[in-house]
Design a protein around this ligand. Sequence first.
Ligand code: KIV
Length: 255
Amino acid sequence: MTAHQKAEALRQRKGGRRIAALTADDYPTARLLDEAGVDLLLVGDSLGMVVLGFEDTTHVTLDHMIHHVAAVARAKPKALIVGDLPIHTYDNPEQALESAKALVAAGAEAVKLEGGVRQAGKVRAIVDAGIPVVGHLGMLPQRVIEEGGYKKKGKTPEQVDDIREGAGALSDAGVCAIVFESIIKDTADSISKELSVPTIGIGCGENSCDGEVAVVTDLLGSYPWFVPPFAKPEANLASATREAAHAYVKRVAGA
Ligand code: KIV
C-alpha cells in the first residue's frame, strides 16, 4: 500500500474497528510491533525522553527525528509510519513543509504536529503538497515549559471550546487523524463523536476515542523512571534487563 492508501485506510477507521497505535523508535521494535498487527507506528518526539535521556521533548531536533524515522522505515512495516515534527520545525507554513519533506525523505509516510487553530495553515500547506498529516490536541508536550508541567485538558468550558475549535480547524485543513492527549474522558468522547476524522487517545480514558496510542516503553515497562499514571504495562523489561545483566556480570566476573 502507498502512504496515501494507508492514510486513507486510517481515516476510514472512524467509528469502525478501533485503531491500535504505538510509538516505535528503532528497527527491531518497529519490526516486532508490525508483526503483532499494530496499525500505526509513531516515531514520536517522546523518543527525546525515553531513548535520548532528555528531560522533555523540547530538546529534540529534526536530525534526531530523521535518524529514528529512517531506522523504523528500514523495517518496511505494513503499519503507517508517522514522524513527529519537533518543536520549532514548523513555526510557519514554509518551514513546516520543508521539515515534513525531510521526514518523508527519511521514510515517514505521514507527519504529526501539535496544536489546533493556529496550525491549520501549516497542515494545509503540508497536505496540499501530498503529505498526510496527523494532528495532536489536548496536552501538548512541546508546551510543557510554558505551561509549567503536564496538565490534564478539557476541564473548563474555555478548554473544551479550544479543543473543539482546534479539532474542527485541523479536520477542515485535511488531517487524516487527530491524537487526543490527556483530555478528560467526557470531553474527549463528545468531541470525538462530532468529528469525521478518527481520534487516537492517550490518557483520555478507555473507549473515549476511535483508537489508542501508547509510548512503547510504557507498554513494555522498559523506562521505569517515569511512568505516566494512565500507562498499562504488559511486560516488565526493566526487571528482565537488570536480571539478565546481573546474571551476565556474575557469569563473567564471578559473584
Ligand atoms: O511523542 C509521542 O510519543 C507522542 C505520543 C504521546 C502521542 O506524541
